[in-house]
Design a binder for this molecule. Structure first.
Ligand code: 0O2
Ligand code: 0O2
Length: 220
């Protein structure tokens, strides 16, 4: 087993910290432009050592292959309001020059058998160490708040049942995942309404956020 986990994980910790700042920066830039950001919030973590060891055993990953074969030792999560925002964020990530996208997995339109939905991106990210540059893998999960709600609860139930859910619970979770996606779809429809509403510009003296009385006053 790896003798010095702290040393092994250091570049991953640095990558997670840097990427959190960079991804949160996207949100800030939209806010500065008075635009609704496609990112609601960002979290990140380095996979805990017991979880790495458990996954190595389960997936038969040899120690020498760990850096290449375990893509989520560094994990970032981007939460969005709307499904459309997810694809906007993915496009923004594709344009960046400070990371390289290696793989994309769309579990939104190809949900997992559990009902899980999210957009996964595996990146190669260069970390600057005193010994030089080291390229590491990281996984970015992009999902809506509803998808995150479902995944968080399902994940905590996993601890209790070790992934072996009773059939009825498993079916209920699948139905709950569908309900969450229906909520996302409904919200997307409201989003279009919101964007239409944004064409209204209150006249002087009008209250912010309250559209003027006539619907013909659209200003672009
Ligand atoms: P748990 O319940 O065991 O999962 P900050 O001060 O904001 O920079 P902060 O507040 O410490 O950082 O939290 P951060 O880094 O934003 O988010 C950490 C939490 O996000 C962790 O929960 C993880 O559950 C979750 N998380 C974020 N990204 C991932 C990911 O890619 N994979 C997984 N599995 N989890 C992720 P806790 O608090 O460690 O507790
Ligand atoms: P953690 O840190 O506990 O979240 P695998 O790792 O075997 O599932 P693969 O192909 O390596 O599969 O990667 P995949 O499926 O693209 O992404 C795996 C990660 O997606 C998981 O990490 C979870 O974070 C998340 N995920 C995938 N399926 C589900 C699911 O059914 N429910 C929930 N809640 N999350 C899911 P880990 O390894 O489980 O680690």
């Amino acid at each position: 087993m790896i003798a010095n986990w702290d040393q092994f994980l250091l570049p991953y910790q640095q990558a997670v910290s840097e990427l959190k700042v960079k991804l949160r920066g996207i949100r800030k830039q939209f806010e500065n432009q008075n635009q609704r950001p496609p990112i609601e919030f960002v979290t990140g973590r380095v996979k805990p050592v017991p979880s790495i060891e458990e996954k190595m055993t389960r997936r038969h990953v040899a120690e020498e292959r760990l850096e290449k074969d375990m893509q989520d030792i560094a994990g970032l999560r981007i939460m969005c309001q709307f499904v459309e925002d997810i694809y906007q964020v993915v496009d923004l990530l594709r344009q960046r020059t400070d990371l390289t996208i290696l793989e994309e997995r769309d579990y939104i339109h190809n949900e997992k058998p559990s009902g899980y939905r999210s957009y996964h991106i595996v990146i190669e990210y260069p970390v600057q160490l005193v010994t030089g540059e080291k390229k590491i893998l990281a996984e970015i999960q992009v999902r809506t708040l509803a998808m995150n709600f479902w995944a968080t609860i399902e994940h905590s139930l996993n601890y209790k049942y070790q992934g072996d859910f009773p059939e009825q619970l498993s079916q209920r979770l699948q139905r709950a995942a569908e309900a969450a996606f229906k909520l996302d779809t409904e919200m997307s429809e409201i989003r279009e309404e919101i964007q239409e509403a944004q064409h209204y510009t209150p006249k002087s003296g009008g209250q912010p956020g309250i559209p003027p009385e006539t619907s013909h006053d659209k200003e672009d």
